[in-house]
Design a protein. Sequence first.
Length: 418
Amino acid sequence: MEKTFASRLKKVLILAVILNLAIIVMQGFNTNKTIHSSKDSLIVIGKTALSSFEGGRRAHFLLSTDNMTRFRTFVNDIGAGTGVKSLYLFNQEGEVLFNTKNITPPHINPRQTPEGIFEAPDGLFMYHTLGKPQRMMGNMHPPQGRRQPQFSDDPILVAGVLLDTTNHRALIRSEIVFLIGMILLELLLISVYVYTARILKVNAEQSKRLEASEREAELGQMSRIMAHELKNPLSTVKGLMEFSAKKSEGELKDISESCVDELSRLDRIINDYLSYGKDMTLNLTDTNIKDLSANAAKLLNIDAQSKGINIKIDGESSPIKADCEKIRQIIFNLLLNAIQGSPDDSEINVIINQDGFTVSNEIANKDFDPDSLGKPFYTTKTIGTGLGLAIVKRIVQLHGFNIHIQTDELFSVQIKYS
């Protein structure tokens, strides 16, 4: 039930993240389209304003004092409510000849660039070079009392317009703020998903550890009962066979000694079951890891020499607070496993430092499941119970230490004190 709920919750969060991401993408396209559409509208207004200079000879009429006031009123009417801040006339050198609102225009060079559109500090600026004025057709004459202008020598003029971008910029700000809000929502959804996934993962791991602990507790109890029931009769049989080996001669003596050896091996197996099954308590004292390593290596020297294996101990460490006998058991089990798992004529390294110690060796047989290492009764050896590394892990956890097992090129077991 919990797994189904966790799976559904993750799917819902993933769906929410994907949908919000799709909305962000769509909003991004819409924002870009809206901003361009707003700017295009401004440009249309600017072109319309500039075209007002093209009608008849308006631009050139402006240069006469008689027409300036009337035309200023005309162009102000054009700009009213349309977003036009000011209209200009320039000569080809870029000098201002006419300015409706006395707003200083940006510098332009019409001879080099006849027309252009660009962002200015006061708004969007557009300018366009006007064509040569044409003479009046037919017998058209100016009103009585007004002099007809002479256009043949009139200069080429440049019309400019400064557009108000206040609304355009406000639109950009609102669109960007909305888009940023959607992105922040996306980040929040992703954070919620990651956080939820971690919580679900931790809960799943805790459930697995709890189930494993319950299984190991049941196995430990069963192991303790079985080992206790076997221990006493086994000790009796072993004692009788040892007595028989002492009193016998010839072939019978050899058989008796072989039986004693096998009974001793069975006794060690039963002791493993008892060690795994019994409740452990710690007797903390100052413990020197290097001394315990040297002592365990000495006890296992014969086993190591039989395979041509050299045990090398490096490093120094200060005494730590630990149960000396149980740490001795950890090091003994790790070295014994290393000897049994190493190829002939190889080396086992014990590296000790202030943070912990590591036992590493080459691997003779890589046919094992790394995830099952340290689980009770898992072994790839023809002899043994598969409890050696399980006992090590149990003692390590009882001390509050950490254990890390690596199985890359070397088989390495690292014990860290924190």
